[in-house]
Design a binder for this molecule. Structure first.
Ligand code: GLN
Length: 212
């Protein structure tokens, strides 16, 4: 299985390292053709304003949208979460409006530019996920189709899933955490498994895909 990591800007190398650690081949995605044959796509942290510009310059917006709409798993961390949100509070236009959430960029303000926290993510087991927050966004609204995967102690939402799309406000990949990547690989395997027969890739019944 090959999993793509959007490599236009930001912390993509760390995701490739985690993929290697779990025995999955990682592919740097810069051109639309790099998306061919990948089983899932990771959108890394970085600077979402720079990333959105490069995504459009390199013609990646439409092919990534189509990939997601065919049921291929997407996983966004931090800036990647911002790129996946339907609403970005205070301005920016959405890029891949695949998650019915509103996010606020740089939600923790200057005082708390970056911090680390143990995050309970029950679907990943009892052991908390070690999350690194760097000028992180927060989820301020979730639509009815969105599962909240994790909150901070004060209740603010920091990880969500809607069908085949997962996003975290924090960076699990910077702390040697592998469980989110394993989850994405499992989702990708489920989506890739022909199961009911041929014609799976763009088969309409696979569109909602992945059992939730
Ligand atoms: N603050 C960045 C943004 O708004 C995200 C930071 C990150 O990805 N670590 O795009």
């Amino acid at each position: 299985m090959r999993i793509g990591v959007l490599a236009v800007q930001g912390a993509f190398a760390e995701h490739l390292t985690v993929l290697g650690a779990i025995g999955v081949e990682g592919v740097e995605v810069r051109l639309p053709s790099d998306l061919d044959g990948i089983a899932a796509l990771i959108l890394p942290g970085g600077e979402s304003t720079a990333q959105r510009r490069l995504i459009d310059r390199w013609g990646l917006r439409q092919p990534i949208l189509e990939l997601a709409q065919s049921g291929t798993p997407l996983f966004g961390t931090c800036a990647g979460m911002i790129l996946l949100a339907r609403d970005i509070v205070d301005g920016d236009e959405p890029v891949f409006p695949l998650l019915d959430v509103a996010v606020r960029r740089n939600a923790f303000g200057r005082q708390l530019d970056s911090f680390e926290a143990g995050i309970d993510v029950s679907m990943l087991g009892d052991q908390p996920v070690h999350g690194v927050f760097i000028r992180a966004p927060i989820v301020e609204r979730t639509g009815p189709g969105v599962d909240v995967l994790a909150t901070l102690d004060d209740g603010r939402i920091v990880a969500v899933r809607e069908r085949n799309v997962i996003a975290t406000a924090f960076h699990p990949e910077l702390a040697g955490e592998t469980r989110f990547h394993r989850l994405v690989a499992t989702m990708a395997a489920e989506h890739d498994d022909p199961g009911e027969g041929s014609g799976r890739r763009h088969h309409p019944t696979r569109r909602t895909g992945l059992a939730r």
